[in-house]
Design a protein around this ligand. Structure first.
Ligand SMILES: Cc1cc2nc3c(=O)[nH]c(=O)nc-3n(C[C@H](O)[C@H](O)[C@H](O)COP(=O)(O)O)c2cc1C
Length: 161
């Protein structure tokens, strides 16, 4: 069953540099259906939904390794199998020496229309990925962006407007 973020909710989590959860706000914990103790120190893929194409997470990590932030629509899976969509902004965290010490994600309720569009794109990406791997889904994503004459970031921002 799909569950929904509320209009003014923020779901926040932090990870170490390997993507293990080091913090989650109350909304993050509640939506996930896990206990805080089950989430802390677990890899963030504990919430991964099988409908998510791997290419999205590949792009996410590539961006983070370049010390840039990234926006993405993500379908997450709760402990009981329910799911929820988020509009996420994921960013590196720094210490006082300017070194990356981890990452954090702030998620807001995604626009309904954006979810419909993204859901269809992700289904296509996943289908190609199952047959042709990440090269296939990368090519398809690129061709979708090229056909609309937009970059990844432009598409995401436009969808959430
Ligand atoms: C700060 C941060 C937040 C993340 N949040 C999520 C999330 O909510 N859901 C998710 O599936 N992956 C999230 N990821 C990505 C996961 O680390 C992982 O790359 C993804 O779940 C795919 O896992 P897999 O490559 O092991 O299949 C996040 C990563 C970072 C750094």
């Amino acid at each position: 069953m799909q569950i929904y973020m509320r209009d003014n909710d923020f779901i926040v989590s932090k990870t170490d540099i390997k993507g293990r959860i080091t913090y989650g706000n109350e909304t993050f914990i509640k939506m996930s259906g896990y206990l805080e103790s089950e989430l802390l120190n677990s890899p963030h893929n504990i919430l991964r939904h099988e409908d998510m194409p791997a290419i999205v997470f590949k792009l996410l990590w590539e961006r983070l390794y370049e010390e840039k932030s990234i926006n993405a629509f993500v379908k997450n899976k709760c402990k009981n199998g329910d799911y929820y969509w988020v509009f996420a902004n994921v960013t590196p965290s720094y210490n006082e020496k300017g070194e990356v010490i981890g990452y954090y994600s702030v998620r807001r309720k995604p626009k309904e229309k954006a979810v419909k569009t993204v859901e269809a794109i992700y289904m296509d990406l996943l289908k190609v990925e199952k047959k042709e791997g990440l090269d296939g889904s990368f090519k398809l994503l690129k061709s979708i962006l090229d056909s609309q004459g937009v970059s990844y970031d432009e598409l995401i921002i436009e969808l959430q407007k």
